[in-house]
Design a protein around this ligand. Structure first.
Ligand SMILES: Cc1cc2nc3c(=O)[nH]c(=O)nc-3n(C[C@H](O)[C@H](O)[C@H](O)COP(=O)(O)OP(=O)(O)OC[C@H]3O[C@@H](n4cnc5c(N)ncnc54)[C@H](O)[C@@H]3O)c2cc1C
Length: 421
C-alpha cells in the first residue's frame, strides 16, 4: 500500500477521501477494528453542525470548524444528505453568566461565524417559546445532521475512488523499518509507505506503537443522554445550550432536536471506566488503571474533584439531571425524560492535568497522527481532511502528479519478527 489509514470514523474516512481526491493513483486502505464504520464517536454524538463560536480565535478548532461546517453543508447538498440549519440559542439564566456570553459573542465574530445576534428574553421566546433566560446568543446557522450517514457517504467516495475499507481488522502492533511501516493486525500484516492514524479513543496507544510519545493520553469521558417523551417534543424547536464552564472543553447538557426526529437532552461528562464503556457500569481494569495511574489524571482530579463528584451524582440522579435542564425549560418534568443513548469522548489530557483544548495533529516523514479530535471534529471533518492532506503533501513529499508509490502486497501475519520481509 502507499497509504494506510487506521480508523474508519468520520475523520479517517474524510482523510481517505481527500487523499484519493488529490492523488487518485494512490493505493490506499482504511483499517477498522469494528465490523462497521462509524462505530464509536462518529456514531454516538449529538449530530450538531457547529458554527464555530466557542473556540479560541486562530486555533485549529476555530479555523477548521468554520471552514468545515460550510464544506459539510455544501457536501450534504451535493450528496442529498438531509440536514437542517435550524439555529441554536446559548442562554444565560443569571447575571454572572453575561461576561462569558459576551466573550462567546466576541469569539464567534472573530472566528467569522455568520449571523450571530445577542437577543433578549422576548426574542428568545419567539425562537424557543418554552425557554427562559435573561439574554442569549443566537446562532442561526448552527445545524443538525446524521453523522453516520455522512460517514457512509465518505466511505462510498473512498471505495468509488479505488480505496479499500478493511473492517473487522484491529491493528495490534506497528513496526517501522527504513522508509516503510508494517502494521500487524488481527487478520495478517499490511505494509505501507505512509501511515495516517485516526484512532479516536485509542489514538494515544496507536501513536505510541509507532514510537511516538504516549502523551498526551486519552481519557474517556462518557456522555449520557435522555430522550424527550415524544408527546413533549414541542417543548424544543431546535437547540438550547447553556453558557459553558470555560475550564472544561465540554458544552454542558443541552437540548438538541435530531434530524431523524425527536429531541435529545445531554450529554453530561463523567469519567468512563472503559475506553469504549457506553454503560454506567462497563468496566475495563486496564483502561481504568491506565487513567488513574496517569499523572495528568491525578492532577486533573486534584483540581476538579468536586466538579467530578457532582457530575457523577447527576449521572446517577435523574432529578439532578432534570434540575439542570429546568433552568432553561422550566415546564419540563421528570416524566418527560426517557432513558437515551450514550457516547464516549476521546479527550486528550496532558501530563500536567490540562484537558487539551485544540485539535492535535503531528507526525514525521512517514507517519501522521490525529491525537486529539473531540467535538467539533465531526463538523470539521472535511476541513481536517484538507489540513491533513496538506501536511501529508509536505511531510510525505507527495505532489500533483504522484504516481503509485509502492508496489508491495500484504505481508504475512508474522511480519513483526521479519520486519524487512
Ligand atoms: C457524546 C458526544 C457528542 C458529540 N457531539 C458532537 C456534535 O454534535 N458535533 C460534532 O461536530 N462533534 C461531536 N462530537 C465529536 C465527534 O463525534 C468526534 O469528534 C468525531 O466523531 C471523531 O471522529 P474520529 O474518526 O476521530 O473518531 P471515531 O469515530 O471514534 O473513530 C475512530 C475509529 O478508530 C478505530 N480504531 C481504534 N483503534 C483501532 C485499532 N487498533 N485498529 C483499527 N481501528 C481502530 C475505532 O474502532 C473507531 O472506529 C461528539 C462526541 C461525543 C462522544
Amino acid at each position: 500500500m502507499d497509504v494506510v489509514i487506521v480508523g474508519a470514523g468520520i475523520v479517517g474516512l474524510a482523510v481517505a477521501r481527500e487523499m484519493l481526491r488529490r492523488w487518485p493513483r494512490l493505493q490506499l486502505a482504511v483499517i477498522e477494528k469494528e465490523d462497521r464504520i462509524a462505530a464509536h464517536q462518529s456514531g454516538h454524538n449529538s449530530g450538531v453542525i457547529h458554527s464555530g463560536i466557542y473556540y479560541a480565535p486562530g486555533s485549529l478548532k476555530a479555523r477548521l470548524c468554520v471552514a468545515g461546517s460550510r464544506a459539510l453543508v455544501r457536501y450534504c447538498d451535493e450528496h442529498g444528505i438531509p440536514y437542517d440549519l435550524s439555529g441554536k440559542v446559548i442562554v444565560a439564566t443569571d447575571e454572572s453568566e453575561l461576561p462569558r456570553l459576551e466573550e462567546l459573542h466576541r469569539r464567534g465574530i472573530a472566528n467569522g461565524v455568520e449571523g450571530l445576534e445577542m437577543i433578549g428574553p422576548e426574542r428568545l421566546r419567539e425562537i424557543e417559546p418554552h425557554a427562559t433566560g435573561i439574554r442569549a446568543l443566537y446562532s442561526p446557522r448552527t445545524g443538525i445532521v446524521d453523522y453516520v450517514a455522512v460517514a457512509q457517504s465518505y466511505a462510498l467516495d473512498v471505495t468509488s475512488a479505488g480505496g479499500e475499507i478493511l473492517t473487522g481488522r484491529a491493528v495490534t502492533s506497528i513496526v517501522r523499518s527504513n522508509d516503510r511501516v508494517i502494521l500487524l493486525t488481527t487478520r495478517g500484516g499490511i505494509e505501507a509507505r505512509f501511515l495516517i492514524t485516526c484512532a479516536g479513543l485509542y489514538s494515544d496507544r496507536i501513536a505510541a506503537m509507532t514510537g511516538a510519545p504516549a502523551e498526551p493520553r486519552i481519557v474517556p469521558f462518557r456522555g449520557d443522554y435522555f430522550v424527550l417523551r415524544p408527546e413533549r417534543v414541542d417543548l424544543v424547536r431546535s437547540m438550547i445550550y447553556p453558557v459553558p464552564d470555560p475550564s472544561f472543553p465540554f458544552l454542558g447538557v443541552h437540548f438538541t432536536r435530531r434530524i431523524e426526529g425527536g429531541v435529545w437532552l445531554g450529554p453530561n461528562a463523567v469519567l468512563a471506566f472503559a475506553r469504549e464503556g457506553y454503560q454506567r457500569l462497563t468496566f475495563d481494569l486496564g483502561d481504568l488503571l491506565d487513567a488513574l495511574g496517569y499523572s495528568g489524571f491525578q492532577a486533573l482530579a486534584a483540581k476538579y474533584w468536586r466538579t467530578g463528584l457532582e457530575e457523577m451524582y447527576r449521572d446517577f440522579s435523574k432529578s439532578a439531571f432534570l434540575a439542570s435542564l429546568q433552568r432553561y425549560v422550566p415546564e419540563l418534568t421528570e416524566a418527560d425524560l426517557l432513558p437515551g443513548p450514550s457516547g464516549v469522548r476521546a479527550q486528550a489530557l496532558s501530563p500536567d492535568g490540562k484537558l487539551v483544548d485544540d485539535f492535535v495533529i503531528h507526525g514525521d516523514a512517514n507517519v501522521l497522527h490525529v491525537r486529539n479530535a473531540p467535538s467539533p471534529a465531526a463538523t470539521s471533518s472535511l476541513a481536517i481532511a484538507e489540513y491533513i492532506a496538506d501536511r501529508a503533501a509536505e511531510a510525505f513529499h507527495l505532489n500533483e502528479e504522484q504516481p503509485r508509490l509502492y508496489a508491495g502486497a500484504d505481508v504475512p501475519a508474522d511480519a513483526g519478527s521479519q520486519p524487512d520481509a
